[in-house]
Design a protein around this ligand. Structure first.
Ligand SMILES: [Zn+2]
Length: 417
């Protein structure tokens, strides 16, 4: 079997034929060059209007990198023609294997982008003997294509979340689709502001917002406001993950305050190393941490009381009816309000204030799975960790869309990876 036959099988182009491949020994790495010729009867296609037009002249030969074969680089060599187009003037022709710019063929870009979902970009670059920049460009190409071709119809539930992307107060706003049959990242905003989320929802469109039945977010006021204004028809559900996270932060604040006070009073800093054991649920504690917890319990510490209140709140999520859940919530809040634990009281006040939103969780029961926003949050963090070293916002944006956007790909005759 000849290489030409294989190429015709994996990447056949109607108006072009492959010439005889040659092996280049003296290149930096072993390379197969494949010349491409236009078919004699084919007229070049104008890259502007995409219509067949009379030829004008030919440019000098260019090289287009194709998917490598057995670690041997495969390069197409072709001299682009220019057309004389009555609409677009003298412009270069359109060829099916490349978008015109850049050195990589589209097949190779999809190939690299596919691997960039499985490995870090740096690893992809080193395995396939290419550069990090080429991998990034390939991902960019895949993401742009996917965003244009994705179908947003039928979305009924979204979750809004924020995630830190740089040290300091640098948060991204993320909008996920969280329908049972379709979970994906829909939109990323560079800030965590009211305007930012509003822009995102506007971009997703009025029809999209009108079709929403559930929106899910944390208690952050600006988000609540924008969601009420842009997706007023949807039932707003406060996300379990975010509420438990708030309680976790409150415990942490109580502990930090108490540690400071104990130290001032000359007591041993018992709480200094106990942060994780207070944040963890009892079943997740390791043996050593359990001992620490037992020691802590010997003091009637405020942190321990805060911890017990949080544990108590777990019961809230087990209710079936909004009525009983509401009754539990009221009792829990009044217990906390008597506790003299200021950070926890702050959370209780905010929960009470958003009582009806909180109870929507039980009205939406069964529709939105508890872990879904948390799951996305973890995956987004992992993606950013894997993209360690990405400094620019655009790169992080590309990586997140590529990893979590579940973006479509064009149909092709052959899948290279
Ligand atoms: Zn044209």
């Amino acid at each position: 079997m000849q290489l030409k036959s294989i190429l015709n099988r994996v990447a056949r182009h109607k108006s072009f034929v492959y010439g005889t491949p040659r092996f280049i020994e003296d290149a930096l790495r072993p390379t197969i060059e494949v010349p491409i010729h236009p078919r004699a009867n084919g007229r070049p296609i104008c890259s502007g209007c995409r219509k067949p037009r009379p030829g004008y002249d030919r440019l000098s030969e260019r090289r287009f990198e194709f998917v490598p074969l057995w670690q041997i680089a495969v390069v197409f060599v072709y001299a682009l023609r220019r057309v004389d187009c009555p609409c677009c003037g003298v412009v270069v022709e359109r060829v099916p294997w490349s978008t015109g710019k850049g050195r990589l063929t589209t097949a190779y870009q999809w190939f690299l982008a596919g691997w960039a979902r499985r490995l870090s970009w740096q690893e992809v670059a080193s395995v396939f003997h290419t550069t990090w920049e080429h991998v990034r460009d390939s991902v960019r190409h895949a993401v742009r294509w996917g965003l244009v071709h994705r179908d947003l119809s039928g979305a009924t539930a979204i979750g809004v979340d924020e995630i830190q992307w740089r040290p300091g107060h640098h948060y991204l706003t993320l909008v996920y689709q969280i329908d049972a049959d379709c979970k994906r990242l829909l939109w990323i905003g560079q800030e965590r502001t009211e305007d930012c989320l509003r822009r995102g929802l506007e971009l997703l469109g009025e029809t999209f917002c009108a079709g929403l039945r559930f929106v899910c977010s944390d208690l952050w006021q600006p988000y609540l406001k924008v969601l009420a204004e842009q997706a007023g028809g949807a039932l707003h559900v406060l996300d379990r993950f975010h509420i438990m996270k708030q309680l976790g932060q409150a415990i942490d604040d109580v502990r930090a305050g108490e540690a400071r006070r104990l130290k001032q009073d000359g007591y041993e800093p018992v709480l200094k190393h106990s942060r994780w054991c207070l944040l963890k649920r009892p079943e997740n504690l390791t043996d050593r941490q359990t001992v620490t917890l037992a020691e802590l319990l010997m003091y009637n510490l405020r942190s321990v009381r805060a911890y017990l209140h949080r544990e108590d709140f777990q019961r809230f999520w087990e209710y079936q009816s909004p009525g009983w859940a509401g009754k539990f919530l009221d009792e829990w809040c009044s217990r906390v309000m008597r506790s003299r634990l200021e950070p926890l009281k702050k959370v209780a006040r905010s929960l009470q204030k958003h009582r009806s939103l909180l109870l929507n969780w039980f009205r939406a029961k069964g529709t939105i799975s508890a872990g879904i926003v948390e799951g996305f949050n973890n995956k987004a963090k992992l993606t950013m960790r894997k993209s360690y070293g990405f400094r620019e916002y655009e790169t992080i944006e590309l990586a997140l869309y590529h990893q979590l956007g579940n973006l479509p790909q064009p149909e092709s005759t052959h899948r290279f990876c």
